[in-house]
Design a protein around this ligand. Structure first.
Ligand code: MG
Ligand code: ZN
Length: 215
């Protein structure tokens, strides 16, 4: 019987992630890994962001889902190049999946590669995909306690996007609590309040992202 330690798998993943990053850098591609629970509004956020960034950037998207192509179809409808990864049960993307998916993308034609991870706040935290920036998305309807309950994913993200703020009047989500927990877990990470439905907060997030890409 062969026993492989999880630590070794993660080390192998880190190596492939670094190769992905080298490839991205060589083509001037900026990689963003979007993580968050199923239904937190990742794809809707992307639609709003791309509308806001229209003309300023040349994006492409990798969609990670267990099955189907619902999200990829939505991105495709915007005329943005998209590759759908079906993990067939796996609950997160890993760096080798990204390496395989990006073989189908024209790196020279894009400058922003957004990877929408499988909806999951747990093991997505452990897998570097080769991205430059990790955005964690938390919707108002999920509750403000998630930062305390799933600290790793927040700790390892460069910004927190709180979505569905139009629902705040109908929920007991405490923005101050979430913001102060984020400050404790990731002191340098800004917090963005967004309602993609109403278009609120999207310009600020788009400007911040564009500025990060220039750095
Ligand atoms: Mg989605
Ligand atoms: Zn997983």
């Amino acid at each position: 019987m062969k026993i492989v330690a999880a630590k070794k798998i993660l080390k192998a993943n880190d190596q492939i992630a670094e190769e992905n990053r080298v490839r991205f850098n060589a083509s001037g591609v900026y990689g963003v890994n979007i993580v968050g629970s199923p239904g937190c509004g990742k794809t809707t956020l992307l639609e709003a962001l791309f509308a806001q960034l229209n003309g300023r950037l040349a994006p492409a998207v990798i969609e990670g889902d267990i099955a189907g192509s619902i999200d990829a179809d939505r991105i495709d409808a915007l005329g943005i190049p998209v590759v759908q990864i079906n993990t067939e049960g796996a609950c997160h993307l890993d760096a080798s999946m990204i390496a395989a998916a990006t073989d189908g993308l024209d790196y020279q034609a894009i400058d922003l590669l957004v990877i929408e991870n499988v909806g999951n706040l747990v093991c997505t935290a452990g897998f570097d995909l080769g991205e430059h920036l990790r955005l964690v998305v938390l919707s108002v309807s999920e509750g403000d306690d998630k930062l305390v309950k799933y600290p790793a994913i927040f700790q390892r993200s460069h910004a927190l996007v709180i979505t569905k703020t139009d629902l705040l009047p109908h929920s007991n989500f405490n923005i101050e609590r979430a913001t102060s927990d984020m400050k404790r877990l990731a002191p340098d990470a800004p917090v963005f309040l967004v309602s993609a439905l109403k278009g609120e907060g999207i310009p600020a997030l788009a400007d911040w992202l564009a500025a990060r890409m220039k750095r």
